[in-house]
Write a protein that binds this ligand. Structure first.
Ligand code: ATP
Ligand code: MG
Length: 304
C-alpha cells in the first residue's frame, strides 16, 4: 500500500507514472480529495479521462479499484448486496431431505456470509488487505434520483446495514471518485459532499503529452498534425466532438496504416476513428476536411 501523496506535485508524479497526464487544477483537487478524505466529483465530456484517473490513482496508490457502473434502474440490491436466492433454495431442499436439521440453524445459515453476494458498495465498505480501496462510481448521471439519495446516505457514513447480519462499517473510508457526463444535473446535496472538477478537453500541449504517453510510437510530426486537426475539429459545431480517447485511437489507426502525414484522403478513410455520428461525418465530406486540415496546419505554423 502506497501512502497518500503529500503534495500536489507528488499527485502529478504518481499519475504520470501511470501515464496519466494532469494539469495543475485537476492535480490540486485530487490532492485535496485525498488529503481531506472527500469524494471527488468529476464532470466533463465523453472520453476526456474521467474514468481513467480513478484507475491511475488506484494503480499508483496500489489500492484495489472497485467500480460501480451506474445505469438507469440501478437499485440498492445491485449496488450493495443481494442474497443468493437460487443457492438458498438448494440449501433448503437439501435440508428437507436431510434428517435432523433444525429450522433455526437453517435460517441462520441461509442468511450468513455464505449466501451473501457482495456488490461494489458493500465491497468498498469491507476491510481490504491493501488498505482503503478506490471506489469509482462511474456515470452517475445515468441513475435516477432515488438512487442518488441512497448514495448520499451511503457516502455520508460509509456504512451499510444488512438486517440479517448487522452493520458493516468501513474501517477507513474508501477513496471515492464519482463521474458524470452531465446528461442531467446531479443533485446539489450530493455535489456538496464532494470536491468538484470539470474535466475539459486538453489544450494543444497537454494533448501532445497525452499522445506521447499513450501512443509513443507516433512521430512528433504526425502527433502534432493529429492533435492540431482534432483541436480544430472540436471548434466545429458537431453533434459529438472527439475526446482524448478518439485522438489516441486515431493515432493508432494511422500508425497501423503507416501514415506519416495527414491528407484529406487519409482523413476520409479513417474518420470513423474520431467521429462516430453519420451527420458529423457528413459535415466533413467533400472539401471540408481539406479546409480544416489547412486551418490546422496554419495554426501549427504559428506555434513556436
Ligand atoms: N489525461 C490523460 N492522460 C492519459 N490518458 C488519457 C487522459 N485523458 C484521457 N486519456 C485516455 O483516454 C481514454 C478515455 O478516457 P476515459 O475512459 O477516462 O474517458 P471518460 O472521461 O471516462 O469518458 P466517458 O465519459 O466516455 O466514460 C483513456 O483510456 C486514456 O487512454
Ligand atoms: Mg468514463
Amino acid at each position: 500500500m502506497q501512502a497518500i501523496p503529500g503534495s500536489i506535485e507528488a499527485v502529478e508524479t504518481l499519475l504520470s507514472d501511470q501515464n496519466y497526464v494532469t494539469g495543475r487544477a485537476l492535480a490540486t483537487v485530487a490532492f485535496l480529495a485525498l488529503k481531506l478524505g472527500r469524494p471527488l466529483f468529476l464532470e466533463g465530456e465523453a472520453g476526456v479521462g474521467k474514468t481513467e484517473i480513478a484507475k491511475a490513482l488506484a494503480a499508483g496508490l496500489d489500492r484495489r479499484l472497485i467500480r460501480l457502473q451506474c445505469y438507469e434502474g440501478l437499485d440498492a440490491a445491485s449496488a450493495v448486496y443481494e442474497w443468493n436466492f437460487p443457492a438458498q433454495m438448494v440449501a433448503i431442499r437439501t435440508a428437507e431431505v436431510t434428517e435432523g436439521t433444525d429450522r433455526e440453524t437453517l435460517t441462520d445459515e441461509l442468511f450468513s456470509d455464505r449466501f451473501l453476494i457482495r456488490r461494489p458498495l458493500l465491497e468498498a465498505m469491507s476491510p481490504q488487505p491493501g488498505g482503503p480501496p478506490v471506489l469509482l462510481i462511474d456515470e452517475l448521471d445515468r441513475t435516477d434520483e432515488p438512487f442518488e439519495a441512497f448514495l448520499l446516505e451511503a457516502l455520508s457514513d460509509f456504512q451499510v446495514t444488512i438486517p440479517e447480519l448487522g452493520t458493516i462499517r468501513a474501517p477507513e473510508p474508501p477513496i471515492v471518485i464519482l463521474t458524470s457526463n452531465r446528461t442531467r444535473e446531479v443533485h446539489d446535496a450530493l455535489k456538496r459532499r464532494c470536491l468538484y472538477h470539470w474535466v475539459d478537453y486538453p489544450d494543444f500541449d497537454r494533448e501532445m503529452q497525452i499522445l506521447a504517453a499513450r501512443a509513443p510510437e507516433a512521430s512528433q510530426t504526425l502527433s502534432r498534425e493529429i492533435v492540431a486537426f482534432v483541436q480544430r475539429l472540436r471548434t466545429e459545431d458537431l453533434f459529438k466532438k472527439p475526446g482524448v480517447a478518439e485522438t489516441i485511437d486515431w493515432a493508432k489507426c494511422l500508425l497501423a496504416l503507416d501514415v506519416i502525414a495527414l491528407s484529406p484522403e487519409v482523413i476520409a478513410d479513417t474518420i470513423g476513428a474520431i467521429l462516430k455520428y453519420q451527420d458529423d461525418i457528413q459535415r466533413l465530406a467533400g472539401s471540408e476536411a481539406a479546409r480544416l486540415l489547412d486551418d490546422s496546419r496554419k495554426a501549427l505554423a504559428e506555434r513556436p
